[in-house]
Write a new protein. Sequence first.
Length: 305
Amino acid sequence: MQYMSTIRSMFRGAILTAGTALVLASSLPAQVAGYGDKQMGPANEKPSVTSKISISQHLNQSIPLNAVFTDETGKQVALSSYFGQKPAILALVYYQCPMLCSEELNGLTGALQMVDEKPGRDFNVIVVSIDPSEGPDLAAAKKRTYLKRYGHPESANGWHFLTGTQPNIDALTQAVGFGYTKIPGPDGKLTQYAHASTIQIVTPLGKIAQYYMGVEYSPKDLRLGLAEASDNRIGSPVDNILTYCYHYDPGTNKHSLIIARIVQLGGLVTVLTLGGFMYLMFRADAKRDKQPQVSLQRPATKVNG
């Protein structure tokens, strides 16, 4: 029992270490962005790229329900077709994102696996690409991936992966307060996007009810947010600690936000901590086994008859 208590303490400490690394990564954009880039200024100066990345929490603001997008089947749909009766979880990503978007959708899917409410029945999941060059084929591939990951194929009608034109993307991102910027590749063709990670809960009337930052989401918070949004109630602002996505492209020899490396460092610290603990426990057990056994049996007492 003492071992189990110690193991739990070690797990909590290791997870806290990894979490601290993530928060540290998200709170140091000015110091780590653009390292090695000629555009980088003094350490306390915000780089030009990250100055365009922001999440402004536009609670109680309507999203553009008349904006038309293309769904994963190639059908033209207005956002209004997903509202009226159910709330929705909205995620702004791009499907060829090399880093953060997959982590965001993985975190969302993992959280949804632990809530009783189901997409299609109780709410919709709406994923919209911010890259106008992406089309239905990419959207369909992403839907297959995350529907399989979620593990409930019967909920397919509740998952919507959309692509659209720049004007409609702009209308949606501006309504949400989603600030991002393009990063051209070395050949001028491959475009990446620097952006922060967040999901939004939207009421059945199409108003933004809640923001959740980062790439890991509490199932309890999601359940509460969906319940409040179902009643068209608006939540409160959350701490705006951003998790950034900005990829390093060796072709341009420009560095980016190093959040991925710091998160990896947090994971490495977790593994090393748990590995070190297991090594110490095995070593202690081995030493104890080598010690001579002490008999606890009392010597027989001679009784005079």
